[in-house]
Design a protein around this ligand. Sequence first.
Ligand SMILES: N[C@@H](CCO)C(=O)O
Length: 390
Amino acid sequence: MPATPPLPPATGAWREGDPPGRRAWHHAEAPLLLESGRRLPGVRIAYETFGRPAPDLSNAVLVLHALTGDSHLAGPAGPGHRAPGWWDALTGPGRPLDTDHWFLVVPNVLGGCQGTTGPASPGPDGRPWGPDFPRITVRDQVAAELLLADALGIDRWAAVIGGSMGGMRALEWAVGHPQRTGALLVLAASAAATADQIGWSAAQTAAIRADRGWQGGRYHDAAPGEGPHLGLGAARRIAHLTYRAGPELDARFGRAAQPGEDPAAGGRHQVESYLDHHADKLTRRFDAGSYLTLSAAMNSHDVGRDRGGTAAALARYRGPALIAGITSDRLYPLSQQRELAHALPGAGPLAAIDSPHGHDGFLVETDRVGRLVRRLLGRALADHPATPGP
Ligand SMILES: N[C@@H](CCO)C(=O)O
């Protein structure tokens, strides 16, 4: 069996005999220089790997999660994971993200709260950063992922894949580091955050700040239950409506009352109960400070900034690319992916996923997304044959 490539011990990366989905951490030695000019010390990046690295690491694929996702691409909920993998159906032997062939690396995003440094992490004085956590951009998030790639010895990803906020980072990889991006799949993202997206985000972050439990962002030392969970829940309800489509909600819930409740007597409609459920789930697993930090990062998204505009920026990446969107996405409408597909020289025609589920279609429509992943990885292989994992 070929030898496992040497990996720096600090990263605790994959070792022979480890189960797939191994969680590890990379601790950056030097502070991360941010776009703002500030330096972020003590950056830790949590990541999971799936599959086995080829000796030359040519089979490494970077998979990037969305706003409230994490490194747990696949596998059951369990210690350290409050939810099962977000692309379970796509990942595993023989599946589109074939772990018999590819070595998948899935980092938790910078500013997040699932193991990577963010506002809830200890700051320089040992107390949680809270509101003193620096403002970060999507480019800063990619700069952190670059540190991880360097630590793992991965000079070039066979492919970079992401949806929504993960799609923004995938685009930044391609445009900012074209030599290191073998192929690109972007789902349900845009070239730059629009007024509509920034506006929806503002409504969500205002809800968090309006919660007395927010305490100016210094709530991390508060007793359990005294944080801004009501505000975070309100933010999630607003966001979730933008992630799904109006006709879908009408078809699913209509005006129906939640069983056992009467809206005319203060009870809830089914759709209200559904949103309560999603709000409750998020507040149990996500940090409000991270939510604000990541929302601001998404608002910063603009691949054309300081690069001569969108078209000039996208022309920098000439590798194979596949851009996909969902027909019913009201938050990142298909026109925005069409712009990307037109401007990226290596992109084929836009792949429109016909689905009623709105923006969340990139998570829900696993058959169709899986076909796109297979197509992209097939193109990546044709251009640059990767060595399969041992
Ligand atoms: N459901 C996704 C939507 C954002 O793309 C998330 O929560 O991350």
